[in-house]
Write a new protein. Structure first.
Length: 98
């Protein structure tokens, strides 16, 4: 059983107070249920970040996470949030102001 991924941390939405789990995507380092590595044969460059697509994560539905993007897991959803946007929207539970 491999529940819980060590890469995932808990964050709170600054506006709604909702708790989410999220991890910064790094190919080969980030193990998130439902997010797959793009196969090595897909060696195109990403239109967003210019890096090879094989360094990306593929979410259910096909959305790609660029290296350094945050993947935010809700109850039944996984979304990609750009660095910067993520820090503005979410606060890490550990180390925040209590
Ligand atoms: Zn990209």
């Amino acid at each position: 059983m491999s529940r819980g991924s060590p890469a995932l941390k808990t964050f709170t939405d600054r506006q709604t107070g909702a708790a989410v789990r999220a991890a910064k995507w790094r190919a080969g380092k980030t193990d998130i249920p439902g997010v797959e590595l793009v196969p090595l044969k897909e060696n195109d460059r990403c239109r967003d970040c210019g890096q090879y697509v094989m360094l990306h994560g593929r979410l259910p539905g096909g959305r790609l996470a660029c290296p350094g993007d945050w993947i935010v897991l809700g109850e039944k959803t996984a979304t990609v949030v750009r660095p910067g946007d993520f820090e503005a929207k979410y606060e890490e539970d550990d180390g925040g102001i209590l």
